[in-house]
Design a binder for this molecule. Structure first.
Ligand SMILES: O=P(O)(O)OC[C@H]1O[C@H](OP(=O)(O)OP(=O)(O)O)[C@H](O)[C@@H]1O
Length: 183
């Protein structure tokens, strides 16, 4: 984990009160995109632990993943495949492979879908996302990979906020430890 970049990423996270009725603050990571040096370094830093695994494609879930995934894919020189959620309102046409996550950090079961032509048998998939909390969405994406005959090599996240056993099981690497973020 590059420590100087970790510190900058952590310092750029803001916590927002969503308003009346909210039970907790929500994170705002827009500072990552606004800082040109951080933006340039995110992709290479995310993929560094996985280069030796030779990913052939990056998969990321809506919606923040759509910003990070292409940065990682560009750093690797591979393509990017979005994982859609029904709430997107923009589900693509054509054959899709679906999986539902176990309850995630908000207790939601999240439906995720990937276009079949995006993943081929033998693809080596790097999942990229902003935050891993319970690993629920990562599990759903790995299930989709398996259904397509593709192999998930691991997950690169900006914030690693899950128990170590889950990080090991799902091969998650992060740039910032969730414990270093203060709300
Ligand atoms: O480890 P988990 O418990 O699965 O939680 C982490 C996921 O939850 C958030 O996604 P969210 O669905 O809130 O999407 P967003 O990118 O629109 O914030 C985050 O971006 C991860 O994808």
């Amino acid at each position: 984990m590059p420590s100087e970049l970790s510190g900058r990423l952590a310092a750029l996270v803001r916590w927002i009160d969503p308003g009346p009725g909210a039970t907790h603050l929500v994170s705002d990571v827009s500072g990552w995109w606004r800082d040109p040096e951080v933006l340039a370094r995110l992709g290479p830093a995310l993929v560094e632990p996985f280069r030796a695994a030779r990913p052939t494609v990056v998969v990321s879930p809506a919606v923040t993943g759509y910003l990070l995934g292409p940065l990682a894919a560009t750093a690797l020189g591979v393509g990017f495949v979005p994982a859609h959620k029904p709430g997107d309102g923009r589900l693509p046409a054509g054959a899709l492979t679906w999986a539902q996550s176990p309850p995630d950090f908000r207790g939601r079961r999240v439906d995720l879908a990937v276009r079949d032509h995006g993943l081929q048998r033998g693809d080596r998939v790097l999942v990229v996302d902003d935050w891993v909390a319970t690993g629920a969405q990562v599990r759903a994406l790995y299930e989709i990979c398996a259904a397509r005959g593709a192999e998930p090599v691991g997950t690169a996240a900006v914030v690693l906020d899950c128990p170590p056993a889950i990080a090991t099981e799902l091969r998650v690497r992060g740039l910032v430890d969730g414990a270093d973020l203060t709300a």
